[in-house]
Design a binder for this molecule. Sequence first.
Ligand SMILES: Cc1cc2nc3c(=O)[nH]c(=O)nc-3n(C[C@H](O)[C@H](O)[C@H](O)COP(=O)(O)OP(=O)(O)OC[C@H]3O[C@@H](n4cnc5c(N)ncnc54)[C@H](O)[C@@H]3O)c2cc1C
Ligand code: HEM
Ligand SMILES: Cc1cc2nc3c(=O)[nH]c(=O)nc-3n(C[C@H](O)[C@H](O)[C@H](O)COP(=O)(O)O)c2cc1C
Length: 1060
Amino acid sequence: MPGTPIPTPPAVPFLGHVNTIDKDLPIRSLDLLARQYGEIYQLNVLGDKRIFVNSYALQNETSDEKRFAKKISSNLNQVRNAAGDGLFTARVPEEQNWYIAHRLLMPCFSAANVYGMTEDMMDIISQLTLKWERFGSKDVIDPASDFTRLTLDAISLCAMSFRLNSFYREDLHPFAHAMGDFLIESGKRANRPTIVQSMMSSTNAKYEEDQRILGQLVNQILEEHRAHPPAKQDILSVMLNGRDKETGLGLSDENIKNNLLTFLIAGHETTSGMLTFTVYYLLKNPATMRKLREEIDTLIGDRPMASKDVNKLPYLLAVLRESLRLGPTAPARSVAPLEDTTIGGKYFVEKGTSIIINTYNAHRDTAVWGEDAEVFKPERMLDGKFEALPPNAWQPFGFGTRGCIGRPFAWQEAQLALVTILQRFDLVMHDPTYELALKQTLTIKPHNFFIHALPRKDRSRVFALPSAGLRSERTALGSAQIASSGTVSADVAKLQPLYVLYGSNTGNSESFAQRLASDAPAHGFRASIGTLDSASEHLPKDGPLVIVTASFEGQPADNAAHFFEWLTNTEGNVLEGIKYAIFGCGNREWVKTYQRVPTLIDETFAERGATRLVERGEGDAGGAELFEAFDTWEDALWKKLSSTYATTSNAEAAGLNLKVVSPGTARASVLRQPDTALGTVVQNKVLTSPNAPPKRHLEFALPEGTTYRAGDYLAILPVNPERIVRRALARFGMSAEQEIELSTGGPTSLPVNKPVTVSSVLSGYVELSQPATTRDLDILLKTKNSESSLKALQALSSNYAENVFKKRLSVLDILEEHPDIDLPLSAFLQMLPSMRIRQYSISSSPLWNAQHVTLTISVLDAPALSGRTEPFLGVASTYLAGLRAGDRVQLSVRASNAAFHPPSDLNVPLVMMCAGSGLAPMRGFLQERAMQKQAGREVAKSLLFFGCRNPREDYLYGDAELKQWSDLGVVDVRPAFSRSTADSEGCQYVQDRVLFNKAEVIGAFLKGGKFFVCGSSKIANGVKQVLVEIIKESRHLDDEAALAAFDEMMNGRYATDIFE
Ligand SMILES: Cc1cc2nc3c(=O)[nH]c(=O)nc-3n(C[C@H](O)[C@H](O)[C@H](O)COP(=O)(O)OP(=O)(O)OC[C@H]3O[C@@H](n4cnc5c(N)ncnc54)[C@H](O)[C@@H]3O)c2cc1C
Ligand code: HEM
Ligand SMILES: Cc1cc2nc3c(=O)[nH]c(=O)nc-3n(C[C@H](O)[C@H](O)[C@H](O)COP(=O)(O)O)c2cc1C
């Protein structure tokens, strides 16, 4: 019976789809294929047909035990090499041992029996909390590793009365290593031709050795148990002594060993993964964390969690269920039809064929979970909603007779562990910008995810972590110093404490906080610097708080999210006694939410009884008076602080000390970066003709483990253009190779206490082209210089806005103009803001290539506003333009605003409006849709309005991808050529073209279309105005009503991405 053919990706002869699956992270390939092919696809691996089902409907249908039974997949077949006919890998109905073991052991995992294991579980949990307490806040914790210790030790103690003592060893237990490697290799073997396998002698030897280590521990456990039977009856006792009621048989030694190993394997990887996912989602979702903490504090308080509390915390259960929905640690399972059958009403499947139920994707099916299926939302599991889910919608523990036997064990263990941890610690992400990456053995768990655990009790220390993950890799030299904000000289230690707290994503606020902290000793203060999150719930009261923070779409920065959530939910006068000041970084382009976060923090502090020291300061990063605004505010702040706390100034204390270490022959290798955050350039090509402003297309191979979605950003940590660095070197009469050593009494983001080349400091750590601030001018005025320079500086100061700010005159520009200003390099370095990351919209889709991303960038190379003869070069765009294939780059993927992704429903057309490099995310969206169409799926046709100069100069991808995708029927492109309107129906700008094609726009809207706008705020405003105009005209409304109608109609359907 043929049925509807099951879609299948292109394959190679003989090997079939072996190379279609990522060898290290199969789930990633399965997920991408599901997104491309939809509910079902088929792969052929070495002649073995495997059907993958990805939707709720097919998961539900194949969970019918009358029609389908568990199949020992080729992967599990390999796991049998160690676990044999243990419960998990047993072949049923052939292997009778499964029935005996199942009947004997099921009762051991009843809820009542598991309650009895509470004490042993708490014993191991307390070993984990003791470790975290002893190592302290600064220790970088790998939760996956510590949870592995916890769950492995718990299952072996509870089930086998055997202590592995994993918390008393530096490294994981050798069993855990051997088991991880064994499972990974088992998975790889399942997809390897036998001939290839037989030639991999060292891999095979390692595989054998791992099995030996596994067997050895199992033998040891068994021997010790027999030699010293425990007082209590544990699960191993049941295995050894129990008799099956039906057959009267017991378990053979062989089968006991297989089941011991099965419990050790199945009983810990999955649960440790669940705990790690849960901590990740809690840290990414501050409101959830707050609600959970409130539930724990209310229902359990300070007392230890007991068995009577298990399953009594509804919000905790919802959190765990939602974590397992998005992170099902056992992400797929295999079944096969008992007879020839048809699934999904049309796909014929022969008896015995492997069907892999892809729970990972079925758990994201919008048909059950809605359009926000990707969002972590425990509320969807609360108040009867979990119970009301359609059958088999939530299936992390498998199904039916072969479903998970250890579910009550895992469920109780996770509750005890989470409650105990959250009672004792505030958790903070080591890299607040971390985005979930997965690691896979037999199970999945978060990869490269690190946290800090700050004891909740008696806490008043704050804690600094660099805002950008990139920076933390990069400033490896300085990081210890950054984190140890308390390491100060004895003189400084006597000063009045002051706390500087920041919330920052791209580094402006952090840089200002650093400046405040390093200026503090000169004003008689000893500063501690920390992220706002590190001070959440524990604001220090023994000194003033100075806060510098930003807003992103009206929301706090990544390292201020928990603080903001906590603060905005406080009540009464809880902040009485605190004195504070706040400066906000923002951008007026975000009209409705300009300075929202700093404003709200300021208001809430005042409402909660804190005393404001000076009026809130604010800076507009878009207007570039940011630095000037900060300097002015800082001056006022120090005056107020000095008078309030009666401190004495000490100008000497402020300095950054610089010592020349070597004339510069040996290139410092100390700055070599770890490879983890490095991407590799694959391609860099120009997209424009020579007479147009240059735009480029760059392709990068991502660091291992990094994933992305179409619409996400790539954060780049650039280095300054060589030409500017050379200018600075020449001005200070230094050679590029010359080595210096910097030191300071307070915190700084410069590399300190290590010899570094002066060029590496100038290239990588500071911004050299920011306009000088009035404070910078004051410093220059006070520096030894000539009469003529003094006059020139006074002239600049007299009309700062016109003479300096508007022209974007930098300190370096001024120093070059006046060679006699005798400013030491150390003072120059101290004046400069630290290097910021820049973000770029990714212009590709992971369905094209999950390991590679492309960017579409404008290169900023224009006549300098300062009037200097040399052109002004943008830092990051110049850096990117100069890269060549093979270059390594500091980068990381950042998730974009949740709304700025293509909708998963392919019937929804996209209406995209952009100009220039604003095309970037749109290109990624269209590439994704094209891949889906090529996979045979129905895809609604989208509309792209694209503005550029003319079809011959800068019509990016016009003759290439845009044409291909138009031919494929994925998109209709409607260009607006500003300098060749004859080629674009007389339309000059994007908004003109939108108006011209309004019938199509309305048509797409009526089909449920989603609107995306990208580029400068000018374009965003222009497009919005035209859309409002169209509504006004078609509905005969006045201006105000049209605007209101726009807001209503576009609610949830209109997303903008503005390039600052
Ligand atoms: C979310 C987001 C996504 C983005 N995506 C993209 C993308 O896909 N593609 C892309 O190309 N860009 C994108 N950008 C912009 C990008 O991040 C950078 O801002 C841009 O490349 C400029 O950075 P730069 O380091 O080269 O310039 P910088 O060194 O930062 O210089 C820019 C500054 O110089 C000033 N300036 C401009 N011209 C002159 C002049 N002639 N003389 C003196 N000063 C001048 C500007 O006012 C600005 O303040 C995006 C930005 C954001 C926020
Ligand atoms: C969050 C934690 C856990 C998850 C997500 C999980 C998930 C699963 C899944 C999906 C299956 C079915 C596999 C299939 O159909 O091939 C399964 C089976 C099994 N699990 Fe778990 N498990 C967890 C914890 C545990 C624990 C703690 C134990 C032991 C103490 C355990 C022991 C087993 C066993 C023995 C089987 C095989 C059952 C059989 O086929 O008879 N699991 N588990
Ligand atoms: C995606 C994005 C969204 C933003 N949203 C806002 C906003 O809602 N309100 C605002 O005042 N500024 C907004 N800004 C501007 C930032 O707050 C500003 O760039 C600030 O200097 C960043 O500070 P940081 O470098 O310390 O992270 C936004 C910037 C970006 C890139």
